[in-house]
Design a binder for this molecule. Structure first.
Ligand code: FAD
Length: 464
């Protein structure tokens, strides 16, 4: 048995970042995870493997759609699926080993196994009980099940976000249930590989919660890329026969029943917190109706000495939100001031084009009763985007008409996921649209489109 200042349960982006920051602040730290490798969902079966596949298939798409136009000729690029899987695995291993290195560097004990909390101040792994002054629960989330649709990742026929990353072969046809970020990113991967992808979504729009104008443009662009959409459709169930799955859904508009048969079905209808086996109920740690750990100020749970962060607590299920909470809770435990600004958490969809947003959507900003100034700039007016043959999309900046303070930004276009951070920094500093408009931006960059949108909030953009 060892005694620690802090034991973090879960080594995902929330947990491992928390462990590193706490060790940097002088605490004796251990981090426990039941997986064989560090990095949690994000590094092992989430952000990183999906981005490796998105990157490779983006290049494939470029090769067949834009290379010829740019004078890059030669044989058609072929896909070696086994090799692509190897590249993905290598990317994952490089990243998970990187965390292992950081743990050693920061003298963090990596405890392997599934943990429970018999009482505050104790963490049990197998037969071993470790004592600790503080516990941080960072146990993340798992794909949510869908009634009537049984996932069997091993079969490769009905799979979730984990199974879809390692399909034995590229399916000819695929049904994606759920038009959220994960469904659209992974649906895009297979569409680019030649799979006929149909996305079935319960709501009448894709990417729920996103700015309405962006939703519409995004759906148009994805449709042009070959993805089919069935919106307003409630999936009733799925059956498997001879290696294919048939999905039954009813259309909400007329209650008519329909079936789609495909080689593969991806269930991407959200994620649920992983809290089973921790013993929270017995401990008296309160959870919400959906099973998320309830937290108060400073990420503390209802039991003193136990904190919780990341996907297992309410809020956006994003790696960088988990990381921010990880750093902040470590600071709190070390007696400092931890801070997360929940109003400025960007979200990105890594399709082509990328979609990125931060702050209020136009709909939410209008609902708040404020008078708005909205500046929009199309990438058609951006020289760099045109040179990249990626001029679809726009930047939309939303400012308060009275104060000119930036309230939100929504970008659909090349490099959107990187460009959004300029606006995040501006928002953190309470900047006005004019502050961004007056800032010199290098030419030619896609970031100039952000400045043009800021100019459009005032006297007008130049290149439209
Ligand atoms: P997790 O990363 O889920 O880590 C929790 C860890 O806790 C796991 O390793 C688990 O094994 C361990 N654990 C659970 N219970 C126990 C226990 N009792 N004992 C020991 N260990 C335990 N987010 C982004 O921001 N950007 C993206 O591009 C992105 N892409 C994604 C793509 C996919 C396909 C998926 C599925 C998710 C994606 N996400 C993305 C979401 C992101 O992965 C999560 O928000 C993030 O991993 C949450 O971090 P976390 O530390 O809270 O939990």
């Amino acid at each position: 048995m060892s005694t620690y200042d802090l034991i973090v349960i879960g080594a995902g982006p929330g947990g491992y970042v928390c462990a590193i920051r706490a060790a940097q602040l002088g605490l004796k730290v251990a981090c426990v995870d039941g997986r064989d490798t560090l990095g949690g969902t994000c590094l092992n079966v989430g952000c990183i493997p999906s981005k490796a596949l998105l990157h490779a298939t983006h290049l494939l798409h470029e090769s067949s759609h834009n290379f010829d136009r740019m004078g890059l000729t030669g044989g058609r690029v072929k896909v070696d699926w086994t090799k692509m899987q190897g590249y993905k695995a290598e990317t994952v291993a490089g990243n998970t080993k990187g965390i292992e290195f950081l743990f050693k560097k920061n003298k963090i004990d990596w405890l392997k196994g599934w943990a429970s909390i018999p009482e505050a101040g104790k963490v049990k792994i197998g037969d071993e009980v470790h004592e600790t002054r503080h516990i941080v629960i960072a146990t993340g989330s798992v794909p949510a099940p869908l009634k009537g649709v049984e996932v069997d990742n091993g079969s490769g026929v009905i799979v979730d976000s984990t199974g879809v990353l390692t399909l034995p072969k590229i399916p000819k046809t695929m049904v994606v249930i759920g038009a959220g970020v994960i469904g659209l990113e992974l649906g895009s991967v297979y569409a680019r590989l030649g799979t006929e992808v149909t996305v079935v979504e319960y709501l009448d729009t894709i990417t729920p919660g996103m700015d309405g104008e962006v939703q519409k443009q995004f759906q148009k662009i994805l449709s042009k890329q070959g993805l089919k959409f069935v919106l307003g459709a409630a999936v009733k169930g799925a059956s498997v026969s001879r290696g294919k799955a048939t999905v039954t859904h009813t259309l909400k508009k007329d209650d008519s029943e329909h079936q789609i048969t495909a080689d593969c079905v991806l269930v991407a209808t959200g994620r649920l917190p992983t809290v089973e086996g921790l013993g929270l109920k017995e401990l008296g740690v309160e959870t919400t109706e959906r099973g998320f750990v309830k937290i108060g100020k400073d990420w503390s749970t209802s039991v003193p000495g136990i904190h919780a962060i990341g996907d297992c607590v309410p809020g956006p299920m994003l790696a960088h939100k988990a990381e921010d909470e990880g750093m902040a809770v470590a600071e709190v435990i070390a007696g400092k001031h931890g801070h997360v600004n929940y109003d400025v958490i960007p979200s990105v969809i890594y399709t082509t084009p990328e979609v990125a947003s931060v702050g209020l959507t136009e709909e939410a900003a209008k609902e708040s009763g404020r008078k708005l100034r909205i500046g929009k700039f199309p990438f058609m007016g951006n020289a760099r985007a045109k040179a990249m043959l990626q001029a679809d999309g726009f930047v939309k900046l939303i400012a308060d008409a009275e104060t000119d303070r930036i309230l939100g930004c929504h970008i659909i276009g090349p490099n959107a996921g990187d460009m959004i951070h300029e606006v995040c920094v501006a928002m953190e500093f309470g900047a006005s649209a004019e502050d961004v408009a007056l800032t010199c931006h290098a030419h030619p960059t896609t970031s100039e489109a952000v400045r043009e949108a800021a100019l459009a909030c005032g006297d007008g953009a130049i290149h439209v």
